[in-house]
Design a protein around this ligand. Sequence first.
Ligand code: ADP
Length: 407
Amino acid sequence: MDYTGLLLCGLGAAAGGGVAYWQWQRADRSADQLRQSQHELSELRAARHRELVEEQAKQLTVFNSMVEGLLILDEDGRIQFANPTLGQLFSLSGEIRGKTLLEALRLHELQGVAERAMREGRVTGFELVLPGSSGRVLQINAASLREPDRLHAGSVMVFHDLTRLKQLENLRKEFVANVSHELRTPLSLIKGYAETLLDGAKDDPAIASRFLHTIEKHTDRLTFLIEDLLSISSLESGQVVLNMQRIDLHDECAQAISDLTARATDREVTLLNEVDPAIRVRADGDRLQQVLYNLVDNAIKYGRAGGTVRLGARQLNARTIEGWVMDDGPGIPADAIDRVFERFYRVDRARSREQGGTGLGLSIVKHIIQVHGGDVRLVSEPGKGAHFFYTLPVANPESMTSTTKSG
Ligand code: ADP
């Protein structure tokens, strides 16, 4: 090989080496880029995973703090998730995940709701009364869960406890029915007597006077009823403003006795004020007067004709005074003792009506004492009289006059 040939060979070898070097460098750069991309991808994946975990933790907190029961079923109708409220609503103790609704809760109606939700997409406002003595009423809303690639991916059921609402609704209905009945009775009597008078009875002065007195008695009853209803409704609204004062309980009892002396005389009942004149309570004077009046009035009405009614009090402890009104009449049967403080409850309905009773007197007594922070109780044995006790806060010598809002 001549010199030129050698030179060409050398150049060729150098060029080949350069290409190889350039190719190696390019491959190295691609590997770097690949590694970089893989690293970024795995970081993205980790971030997404963290987000998912956080999202799930948040969801779990929401589900677990819901006041409604929550149940999530998978596409085969098996329980995937149940929150703690659901466990409480159905008094569940063991694990229910993986079970069917029927296996876990044993209620065919629920199974029916889940199937309807799968078929129709959603079920709203289904009401279910749980079997057993609890009488619990649940409202169920259910919806089928759908995912883009699958027609049905399970369902979700939400349970609201309506028990308290239903109870309040029943109380309201019962109250309205009672009030209507109480209003209708005197009204129809008044109408009946007025019609008889118009039909001619007015021409006989003796009959006319008797009927007019009866009409007056029933209008008085209506007035008492409306006054008592207003008292009850303001006491129950929790908005009663109490004018708390330091009150001499002996004087307050003396006032009630003096207001009721005429009624007591009619039945030859002796009223005794045995309250220690040193006792002072913290109370709203007008409200306390209402309590004493109702209790003494009842003792005269339902106690023994010619009997004795005693008003007394003692200091129970450093903060409480217990007062009482006791009669020596027929008393109250054991099965009625817990019920006499209920609105419109009467032991002897006819007797109460004849006496102009509204059936609300003791309920008002209980409410007034309770808004003072006290309590009422009744002790009675048939034939041994009725003994009504109430507690009130002691008024300290330094206690000031104040206004308190109840509720
Ligand atoms: P009323 O307006 O009927 O008197 P209350 O709420 O004051 O309503 O009393 C409820 C019922 O409790 C009365 O109807 C009566 O049957 C009974 N009662 C209340 N006080 C006495 C008592 N001192 N002795 C016997 N029964 C009583």
